[in-house]
Design a protein around this ligand. Structure first.
Ligand code: HPA
Length: 250
């Protein structure tokens, strides 16, 4: 059965319009997830929703228990994961408000638990991560965006940074030289843990702001929140239009 896991990021701690059927307080071998998981029906599609930063957005990006979150979704029988993520835009076309389906990641985070197998490692646990996002799930997002008449950007390199602070202008220049077009604080190790858990995973990123130094103005949380609100409205349209998920190959 297809059950869509939705990890909500900044601006999506609650998912308006979800017809809740159950709340699950799940404990995992890796500790507690960010919040109780909610099962719901979304346009006849069973979904499980988990707010990455907790119900009240009190868990900082470097403190999220990514292992518990992915494990809890797996325990509940989720078959695919859509990760919604607020990001800063670096590349010219990645303006605030745009929705993007990234296709690559560079990981600049540190001191985060990167694997379910840290304490029980074996040579066969070096898992392929050439393409960090699930190709068909990405295509499903893009098709849903098209059906909703939204112009999603197909492909971008997401630079995953440690946070919780925003970057310096020089850091963003370095990310740009590295080829990053987006910057965010939660993309890793979440994407890799989903791969270890054998769960098709794709990110729907909402550009909340120009990254530091790009727009030559100070970043204000008020502006970011404002842009996010409009962006999240479109995120919901895309997710509502995700159809044909059962046909996705694992
Ligand atoms: N940098 C890092 N993470 C972010 C940003 C940013 O500018 N905007 C939203 N998440």
């Amino acid at each position: 059965m297809t059950v869509l896991g939705i990890i909500g990021g900044s601006g999506l701690a609650h998912y308006p319009g979800l017809e809740m059927t159950d709340v699950h307080n799940i404990e995992t071998p890796f500790g507690m997830p960010s919040a109780p998981l909610r099962s719901a029906m979304l346009h006849n599609q069973p979904v499980v929703f988990l707010p990455r930063h907790g119900d009240k957005h009190t868990i900082a990006p470097h403190r999220v228990n990514y292992r518990a979150n992915i494990h809890a979704l797996k325990q509940l029988g989720v078959s695919h994961i859509i990760a919604v993520a607020a990001v800063g835009g670096i590349g010219e076309q990645f303006a605030p408000g745009r929705l993007v389906v990234p296709d690559q990641i560079i990981d600049y985070t540190h001191d985060r638990e990167q694997s379910f197998f840290s304490d029980a490692f074996s040579a066969d646990r070096h898992i392929d991560f050439t393409w960090p996002y699930h190709a068909e799930l990405r295509q499903a997002l893009l098709a849903a965006g098209k059906a909703a008449e939204l112009s999603l950007i197909d492909g971008a390199t997401y630079g995953a940074v440690q946070g919780p602070r925003l970057e310096t202008a020089a850091e963003i220049r370095r990310l740009a030289r590295d080829g990053c077009e987006l910057v965010g604080m939660t993309g890793m190790p979440e994407a890799y843990l989903a791969r270890e858990a054998d769960l098709p995973y794709a990110t729907l990123a909402v550009v909340a702001n120009w990254a530091a130094g790009i727009a030559h103005s100070e970043l204000s949380m008020a502006d970011i929140q404002h842009t996010l609100e409009a962006g999240i409205e479109n995120v919901r349209k895309v997710i509502a239009g995700l159809t044909d998920l059962p046909q996705l190959r694992r």
